[in-house]
Design a protein around this ligand. Structure first.
Ligand code: GYE
Length: 306
């Protein structure tokens, strides 16, 4: 690896494609499944994967990308922890002639020539699906529906977009009121901590909307700790579809889960080989996703891989 103009779809030299990948961190069950998928797919595709964990810090990702440029990897892929602030380092990659693929999360750079493609989910659609469920579930309710929201990592694409999609749908009926909304950083521990604070500071809470399953699972502990029944006293909708959340849904502690697919590894390796070979790729590749009610969760659980 190491030559930017290798023929036959792979770099010259040892003939193996080198992919530098900067992962967000290990904050959630989704992320663990995503990392595993990428590592397994790289091994299966014979790709030399240089994997770096940024521990949810943008500065670590920028360092990792600079180090990939210095090592002259064939392709750089990364899952940007936040949306803003990438232009400088992406320009450095472009100047070095190293193609970049965004996976899972997007950047807000106005110059879309700074990366070759985006592979991931439509987070606004996920927010809308969460809102659609809520509107149906509380269709007959007349009084105010008091909602608390656990947001993902501040400034991240999934937090911004899941909030926006949800707000768009519930905003059509003023009975839906988001009475508190705070970040739980996509983790169980922070989800629990913030939900404990909500339970103390808010009056009656009808609904929890959590931007991911891990925060919902942490919040369930807080709700039970306060002597309330999650799924009954407080309805819960969350996003991802990891096994623990589908189990909680089957057990009646969560009411609805919107799927976000972390298994991006195989598609990422295909895209990496194409961009390394200079082949055209679509500007955006979206994954297919579903939603789960209790029945669907029970049906899916036996085969759920993560
Ligand atoms: O929903 C959450 C993870 O970026 C889609 O990041 C991903 C999100 C996912 O921490 O669990």
């Amino acid at each position: 690896a190491g030559c930017a103009s290798g023929g036959g779809g792979q770099a010259a030299g040892d003939g193996q494609l080198t992919l530098g990948f900067s992962q967000v961190g290990a904050e959630s069950g989704w992320r663990t499944a995503n990392t595993q998928s990428i590592q397994e797919a790289a091994a299966a595709a014979g790709v030399d994967l240089k994997f770096s964990d940024a521990q949810q810090k943008q500065e670590n990702q920028i360092k990792a990308i600079r180090s990939f440029i210095q090592q002259r990897v064939d392709v750089i892929a990364f899952s940007p922890v936040v949306e803003s602030g990438w232009d400088t380092v992406l320009k450095e990659a472009k100047t070095a002639n190293i193609p970049v693929i965004l996976t899972d999360r997007a950047v807000d750079s106005a110059d879309t020539t700074l990366y070759k493609t985006f592979l991931g989910s439509d987070f606004v659609a996920e927010g809308r699906k969460s809102g659609d469920w809520l509107v149906k579930e509380f269709g007959a309710a007349t009084g105010p529906v008091r909602i608390v929201e656990l947001q993902g990592t501040t400034g991240s694409a999934p937090a911004n977009d899941r909030k926006a999609g949800f707000a768009e749908v519930i905003g059509k009926d003023p009975k839906f009121q988001v009475v508190a909304s705070q970040t739980g950083e996509f983790t169980r521990s922070k989800g629990k901590e913030v939900m404990e604070a909500f339970l103390k500071s808010q009056g009656k809470i009808d609904v929890l909307y959590a931007h991911n399953d891990d925060m919902a699972l942490g919040a369930i502990e807080a709700i039970e700790g306060a002597g309330l029944k999650p799924g009954t006293d407080i309805k819960i909708v969350s996003v991802d579809g990891v096994r623990d959340a589908l189990q909680a849904l089957a057990d009646g502690k969560i009411n609805f889960v919107v799927e976000c697919n972390p298994l991006l590894g195989t598609q990422l390796m295909d895209l990496a080989k194409k961009v390394a070979a200079g082949e055209p790729v679509p500007p955006r590749v979206e994954t297919e996703e579903t939603v789960f009610d209790q029945q669907a969760a029970k049906a899916a659980l036996p085969q759920r891989k993560y």
